[in-house]
Design a binder for this molecule. Structure first.
Ligand code: ZN
Length: 196
C-alpha cells in the first residue's frame, strides 16, 4: 500500500508518479495531494502541456470538474525556470511532454522539491506513452490507478479509442475513449456489453 510521503523542508526531494488509464482518477489524485500541501502552506505549482486545451486555459480540471490553477507550458525545460522557490511541483498529462521531462524531474528533486507527476502509462494502442516509462523507472513512489471496464466491470488498465484516428495525440473524453480491461480491450469492437 502506498504511504504518501510528506515534504518536510529539509531539502530532500523525490519523485512520485501517478499513472493509469483514462478515467482512473489520476488528475483527481494529483489535485488531492497538492491541495493538502497547500493547506500546510507549502508553495506549489502545477504545470501541464499547452497542447491539452480540453478545458479552461490556465486551469487543471479533473473529470469531476474540481479545478486548481495551473501553468500551461510548451516544453519541459520551462518547468526548471518557473519552479524557483517552490516546495511541491505537480505535472499533469505528463505523457504529452518531451523526452527531457524525466531529467527535469530529477533536477527538481535534487533541488529539494517534491515532484508529483500524473500521466497515462499507455496510449490507445496499449504502448508505453511518451516519457512515462522513463518517469516510472526514476520514480521513488508509484501509484497505478485503475478504471472500471465499461464492458464487463473488471479492473480496467486500457484506454480504448472508440473513434477512428491513428494520431497518438487525439484529445477527448467520454465521446472518444472508454476504459477497458485487458480482455475486452483485445476483443475490440466485438466486446460484449454486460453493462448497458
Ligand atoms: Zn472487460
Amino acid at each position: 500500500m502506498f504511504i504518501e510521503p510528506h515534504w518536510t523542508g529539509d531539502k530532500r526531494g523525490w519523485i512520485e508518479v501517478i499513472c493509469g488509464s483514462m478515467f482512473s482518477g489520476k488528475t483527481e489524485e494529483l489535485i488531492r495531494r497538492l491541495k493538502r500541501a497547500r493547506i500546510a502552506h507549502q508553495h506549489t505549482e502545477i504545470f501541464k502541456p499547452s497542447i491539452d486545451t480540453r478545458y479552461a486555459v490556465g486551469d487543471i480540471v479533473s473529470h469531476d470538474e474540481r479545478s486548481v490553477p495551473s501553468t500551461p507550458i510548451g516544453n519541459s525545460q520551462e518547468i526548471l525556470l518557473l519552479s524557483q522557490d517552490r516546495d511541491v511541483i505537480g505535472i499533469d498529462e505528463a505523457q504529452f511532454f518531451d523526452a527531457e521531462l524525466p531529467s527535469v524531474c530529477d533536477r527538481l528533486a535534487l533541488q529539494g522539491m517534491r515532484v508529483i507527476v500524473a500521466g497515462l502509462d499507455m496510449d490507445f494502442q496499449g504502448k508505453p506513452f511518451g516519457p512515462m516509462p522513463a518517469l516510472l523507472a526514476k520514480a521513488d513512489y508509484i501509484t497505478k490507478l485503475h478504471a472500471i471496464c465499461v464492458c464487463c466491470g473488471h479492473i480496467a488498465s486500457y484506454s480504448y479509442r472508440k473513434v477512428h484516428s491513428k494520431s497518438q495525440l487525439l484529445l477527448g473524453e467520454a465521446e472518444s475513449y472508454e476504459p477497458r480491461c485487458r480482455v475486452c480491450y483485445a476483443k475490440g469492437p466485438a466486446a460484449d456489453r454486460a453493462i448497458p
